[in-house]
Design a binder for this molecule. Structure first.
Ligand code: DX5
Ligand code: ZN
Length: 222
């Protein structure tokens, strides 16, 4: 099933509640919340307190993308803040299984994200325990970058691995997603589309959500 996950990183933070309502009313099922610590990535965004206050305003699935070192330290905090799904980076810690276990023990969905240079093969031991895999289509850290088409081999490889596993695991893409690049990503096997600037930077955010959804539905070959 196709899911659209608008990234609030690109919204107007002075009216966060209103921005979130806009994409929820447009039918986006998920809300993508990018957490950056200035260490794992060279940028700082927001933490659990902001997520907790948005939680009161929205029924969407809260899709929390942790771009932080040693994520295990903060899993409890993000669970309490209202995360439904927590994604951490393969490159951000050593004991990935411990992080997955901690997320699952809290009754939440777990996902691993791969930076552009990290190959799909590292996922193999973790697939039986994951609900989603996030393939970054830009270097993490900033919104508004150009979609890396050369990540599509990795998306296809992950979709193949998932098919073989027999489990129902989502494949998410994040970075440079708009109605055009969605076609390429969905055709390669991505079914969860994260989009920041192409939604919140559009004159009509609701239309941008609908355009990404129809592009995904017409191109997805899962
Ligand atoms: C980048 C973040 C993305 C970002 C995407 O590190 O993970 O979620 O907000 O922004 P756009 O859609 O503008 O590339
Ligand atoms: Zn993200």
């Amino acid at each position: 099933m196709i899911k659209i996950s608008p990234s609030v990183l690109a919204c107007d933070f002075s009216k966060l509640g209103e921005e979130v309502r806009k994409v929820e009313d447009a039918g986006a099922e998920w809300l993508h919340l990018d957490v950056m610590d200035g260490m794992f990535v060279p940028n700082i965004s927001f933490g659990p307190d902001v997520i907790r206050s948005v939680r009161k305003q929205s029924e969407m699935v809260f899709d929390v993308h942790l771009m932080i070192m040693d994520p295990i330290r903060y899993i409890d905090g993000f669970v309490k803040a209202g995360a439904d799904l927590i994604t951490f980076h393969y490159e951000s810690c050593e004991d990935r299984m411990a992080v997955i276990e901690k997320i699952r023990a809290a009754g939440k969905k777990a996902a691993i994200s791969l930076k552009p240079a990290t190959p799909a093969s590292v996922l193999e031991p973790f697939l039986p325990y994951l609900d989603m895999v996030l393939i970054m289509t830009v270097e993490p850290g900033f919104g508004g970058q150009k979609f890396m088409t050369d990540m599509m081999d990795k998306v296809r490889a992950v979709r193949e691995m998932i098919k073989k596993s027999g489990r129902d695991i989502d494949v998410q893409v994040d970075g440079g997603i708009n109605a055009e690049t969605t076609k390429t990503a969905a055709a390669a096997g991505a079914n969860v589309l994260v989009a920041g600037s192409s939604i919140f930077g559009a004159p009509d955010a609701a239309k941008a959500v609908l355009d990404i959804r129809s592009a995904a539905e017409n191109s997805y070959c899962g």
